[in-house]
Design a protein around this ligand. Sequence first.
Ligand code: HEC
Length: 151
Amino acid sequence: MKALLTVACCAGLILAFGCASDPAPSSPQPRLAPSQPNGLSELAGTMVAMDDQLARILKNMDETGFSWENQSLDVHSLLDRHPTDGSMVNRHFEDHAPLYRQAIAQFNASPSAEAFNRVVDACKSCHLGTCPGPLERIEKRRVASDASVRR
Ligand code: HEC
């Protein structure tokens, strides 16, 4: 029952904040900082920042002279952030937060398309057991394998 509520809650959020599609079509307020949208929980705001930094790297890839070596990702702490609903921070969440940190650390130690996709996998793994709504959006962050410098 609680799990059902969480899913319903996530799905509701997605609808409310346009999570599954493009965030905030934002014609009225283009100056709004994307990491501080009104009404987002601390944890959701952190997620938006995490998603933004993946999007930033994907955007950088379009620039000439892009090289994986110059890329890095910030580590955001997750376990001390207030969620929209306490039941989202379940056992699955607690198990996956460190795996996500590890994927970020590995990317920073040796940035590559492969390591980037392992970060995307870590996002996905946690979401499967906590908040499945943004899965489609997360999948869009994956980079093509031919973008990899190592095969
Ligand atoms: C350890 C678990 C975990 C990891 C890792 C994780 N997420 Fe989340 N994510 C959540 C939970 C739980 C929520 C719901 C937060 C809330 O509503 O308070 C969420 C919410 C979101 C949202 C919706 C934010 C909104 O507008 O309401 C997006 C988008 C998102 N995550 C993307 C990502 C991306 C991209 C990554 C990887 C860079 C990632 N997440 C990694 C658990 C995780």
